[in-house]
Design a protein around this ligand. Structure first.
Ligand code: TYM
Length: 329
């Protein structure tokens, strides 16, 4: 029997952070053993925010190396650069013509990202349609993402259903896969907003490549709440976020962690959390250093990945072009 397919991607802006790991990469790592897997560095999405071209190029390669260092195995999974597979934007155009303005206007991420901006580019607005084409192009069954991508996933499903209804069955309807723990890691300084790799205040995030000294400094400075009891609760968002990071990295239960720290101070939990993060990221950083210096290996992974991805993408796109009524080349 054919394996089911998973597809996911990360936008190469800012620095990959522990939120991206817990919400996405950790799940990819587990799921790649069971599913046919495609993991993209979505560089075209990154153009919706201002980029320095040479930095973007470097960051894209760095993200590929970080995927592999986090356990994504190019022998098991396809790792590809979105811009290497031109079918993404071609399918996007077809889906653009099926998507309503009202649907995109309702996207909360667009509202957040365009807030306080003088000029909002059209790419930022139509971004969710490109994401839908990423997913539908590979006939993905499952899309492992953090909680913030749920609304985008719903749009992908709606567009697939609409296309299938209008032109006959073509796309699989993808399901989101949002982990129970770690789906929404919050900012260290402002635990009411999510930890974001493109945050301009780096004290808000733990980057996967942060040095041990920086990790220590950031966790020690992380906002906690008044009171002293180590208890996971809505009125302690700062502390609860640290407990979330703790339990997601150790796979312990929240109740067990609460139990372990009865009568102890916040500083004890922070000290242990620093150790947990340092121990966890150490091997990833070590592996990353080896991979990033091997440019030939990275080029080979990407060329192999884009060839395999393009093959799959072509199959779906030619079906789509036929269904919408384009003349065969
Ligand atoms: P991006 O690049 O913002 O985030 C990449 C992945 O990390 C998850 N994530 C988090 N999870 C937990 N806590 C957090 N604080 C946190 N911050 C981010 C995101 O949910 C995501 O899974 N639009 C997507 C990229 C994309 C994509 C796709 C994803 C483009 N095409 C197709 C899946 C399938 C994005 O900007 O994610």
């Amino acid at each position: 029997m054919n394996k089911k397919i998973i597809l996911s991607g990360i936008q190469p802006s800012g620095e990959l952070c522990i939120g991206n790991y817990l919400g996405a990469l950790k799940q990819w790592n587990i799921l790649q053993d069971k599913y046919e897997s495609i993991f993209l560095v979505v560089d075209m999405h990154a153009l919706t925010v201002d980029q320095v071209p040479s930095d973007l190029r470097q960051r894209c390669l760095s993200f590929v190396a970080q995927y592999i260092a986090c356990g994504i195995d190019p022998d098991k999974s396809i790792i590809a650069m979105q811009s290497h597979v031109h079918e993404h934007v071609e399918l996007m155009w077809v889906l653009n013509s099926l998507c309503y303005l009202g649907e995109l206007n309702r996207m909360t991420q667009f509202k957040d990202k365009s807030k306080d901006k003088k000029n909002v580019n059209v790419g930022l607005f139509t971004y969710p349609v490109l994401m839908a084409s990423d997913i539908l192009l590979y006939q993905a069954d499952l899309v492992p993402v953090g909680a913030d991508q749920k609304q985008h996933l719903e749009l992908s499903r709606d567009l697939a259903i609409r296309f299938n209804y209008k032109y006959s069955d073509t796309f699989k309807i993808p399901e989101p896969f949002i982990p129970e723990s770690g789906a929404r890691i919050m900012s260290l300084q402002d635990p009411l907003k999510k930890m974001s790799k493109s945050d301009s205040n780096l004290n808000n995030i733990i980057a996967l490549l942060d040095s041990n000294a920086i990790i220590k400094k950031k966790i020690n400075r992380a906002v906690t709440d008044s009171g002293s009891e180590i208890k996971y609760s809505e009125d302690k968002p700062g502390l609860s976020n640290l407990i979330d990071i703790y339990t997601s990295l150790t796979n312990e239960k929240i109740e067990d962690v609460e139990q372990k720290y009865i009568g102890k101070m916040y500083s004890v939990l922070k000290k242990d959390l620093i150790e947990i993060i340092i121990d966890f990221l150490g091997p990833i950083k070590e592996e990353y250093t080896k991979i990033i210096s091997d440019k030939a290996y990275l080029a080979e992974v990407l060329s192999d990945g884009s060839e395999k991805a393009s093959f799959k993408a072509r199959r779906t796109l030619s079906k789509v072009y036929r269904k919408v009524g384009f003349v065969k080349k």
